[in-house]
Design a protein around this ligand. Structure first.
Ligand SMILES: [Zn+2]
Length: 224
C-alpha cells in the first residue's frame, strides 16, 4: 500500500470545499480524498473555517450605505480565532480499487465497461456526467499497458490525472496509486505507464493539443 505524494494543492482543495468545481473536477478531487488522509484533513479544516466564518456574520437590515458600512466594519473585526492545526500525518488507508465516489459513476466491475481503443495499448471509458456539465469538463478512465503513453502534448485548459492502479512517470517524477497530477497549458509532456501498466482517472476541460511532429497529423483527428 502506498501513500500519495502528489496532491491537488490548496487552490483546488479550497474550490472543492467551497463547491466551486464542476462535476468532473469534483469527482477526481473526491476520489483523491478517498485515497489521501492528508488532503481529507485539509478539506475538513477548510470547511470548518468556512462554517465558522458564516456563523460569525449576524443578519442585519440593509441600509443604503451598506457597502461602506460593511467595509468599515471589516477593518474593526478582531482576527478569527484559529483552532490549533492538527498535525497532519499521511497514514496508508485500505480502500477498494475503485473508491466510492468513482464507483457511483462506473460501478465496481471494470470488465463490464464499454472500453474504447484510442491507440495500441491505450483504452478509455468516457464517464457519463450529469446533464449540463459538458462545458465543465470531461472525465474518463484510461487504461495503459506497460511503457505506453499518449504522444507529446500540451493542454488548452487544465488536465488532472489520478492514478488508481499501477503508475506512470512524467517530468515531475513517478506517480503511483492515489497521486494526482495537475498540468495546464504551460506544461508540454508525455506521461508513460510504468512496467505494471496504469489505470487512471483523467479530467480535462478541453481536448489535448499534440505538439510533436505527429501532432500536426493527429490534432484534427484524435480527440483524447
Ligand atoms: Zn492528497
Amino acid at each position: 500500500m502506498t501513500v500519495p505524494t502528489h496532491h491537488p494543492g490548496d487552490t483546488l482543495l479550497i474550490d472543492y470545499a467551497g463547491g466551486a468545481l464542476g462535476e468532473a473536477a469534483s469527482l477526481i478531487v473526491a476520489t483523491h480524498l478517498a485515497l489521501c488522509p492528508c488532503c481529507r484533513l485539509n478539506v475538513a479544516e477548510m470547511e470548518a473555517v468556512g462554517g465558522a466564518l458564516l456563523e460569525s456574520i449576524e443578519p442585519e437590515e440593509v441600509d443604503p450605505a451598506c457597502l461602506e458600512t460593511v467595509l468599515a466594519r471589516l477593518d474593526d473585526l478582531p482576527p478569527l480565532p484559529r483552532a490549533p492545526r492538527p498535525k497532519l500525518v499521511c497514514q496508508p488507508v485500505e480502500v477498494p480499487l475503485l473508491p466510492e465516489p468513482l464507483r457511483r459513476y462506473v460501478g465496481s466491475d471494470l470488465s463490464r465497461l464499454p472500453w474504447k481503443r484510442l491507440m495500441r495499448g491505450m483504452d478509455c471509458y468516457d464517464i457519463p456526467l450529469g446533464s449540463g456539465s459538458e462545458s465543465r469538463g470531461k472525465a474518463r478512465l484510461m487504461r495503459l499497458a506497460s511503457g505506453v503513453g499518449p504522444p507529446y502534448h500540451t493542454h488548452r485548459g487544465i488536465e488532472l490525472t489520478l492514478v488508481l492502479d499501477g503508475g506512470f512517470t512524467d517530468d515531475p517524477g513517478q506517480f503511483a496509486r492515489g497521486d494526482l497530477s495537475v498540468a495546464d497549458d504551460s506544461v508540454r509532456h508525455r506521461p508513460v505507464a510504468d512496467e505494471e501498466g496504469c489505470l487512471c482517472l483523467a479530467v480535462t476541460d478541453a481536448p489535448l493539443r499534440f505538439t510533436g511532429p505527429l501532432g500536426l497529423i493527429l490534432n484534427p483527428f484524435v480527440k483524447f
